[in-house]
Design a protein around this ligand. Structure first.
Ligand code: ATP
Length: 203
């Protein structure tokens, strides 16, 4: 079973692409969703966040996302500290998930994360897919989806590594600069290549 990662900047279309892969029967682990889940459910992680950030980090057992986002936004040291707490928990969770998938007869699994390259996690993958989209499309899609303003979006984009740096590390690049049918076609082609690769690996 191949271990494939998928990443891309904010609003590039990672989740949309993953839905197409899921429709083809590929198991997808969404690291960002799982991180949110773990911050609310894994006791060890909750304790660590409360120790570091204080009890205000939670309201009645639920992560106070707005409060914590305000704290870490613009403070790289604090953001790095939060990541240093969350990443090991996500790593352990990914390992559990991968073990579970290995009992199924699937040619490969997909791990979706916004910061796969920035965190260095991509190094443990067999293959890396990078989703790209023009900045104008990303801005308009996200401002529509999340009702955030363009200036906030741009600040978030600037916090991430540039798209072209990620593309240099990619085994497959998906260009999300047209309609969804064009996106789906690229997914089908990459799926066919990955199935072939996994068959070769088994031989
Ligand atoms: P985030 O970084 O915030 O997690 P993402 O990279 O996962 O975002 P998506 O959520 O897949 O991006 O896409 C952002 C928005 O753009 C969604 O509302 C999605 O439906 C829309 N979208 C993505 N690709 C296209 C496309 N080719 N045509 C039209 N809308 C699209």
């Amino acid at each position: 079973m191949l271990n494939v990662g998928i990443t891309g900047g904010i609003g590039s279309g990672k989740t949309t692409v993953c839905r197409f892969f899921e429709a083809l029967g590929v198991p997808v682990y969404n690291s960002d969703e799982r991180a949110k889940y773990l911050m609310n459910h894994e006791h060890f992680l909750i304790d660590q966040i409360q120790k570091y950030f204080g009890t205000e980090a939670y309201i009645e057992g639920t992560l106070n996302r707005k409060w914590i986002a305000e704290k870490v936004f613009g403070d790289k040291k604090l953001l790095a500290q939060l990541n240093a707490l969350v990443h090991p928990a996500v790593y352990r969770d990914t390992e559990r998930w991968m073990k579970e998938q290995s009992t199924k007869n699937v040619p490969y699994t997909l791990r979706e994360a916004a910061l796969l390259v920035e965190t260095g996690s991509y190094k443990s993958l067999d293959k890396l897919i990078v989703v790209t989209a023009p900045l104008v499309s990303r801005l308009s899609r996200i401002t529509q989806r999340d009702q955030v303003n363009e200036a906030d979006m741009l600040a978030r984009v600037k916090n991430q590594m540039e798209e072209k740096e990620k593309v240099k590390l990619a085994d497959f690049v998906i260009k999300n600069d047209r309609d969804l049918a064009y996106l789906e076609k690229q997914v089908q082609d990459i799926h066919a290549s990955l199935v072939k690769l996994s068959q070769k690996k088994r031989k």
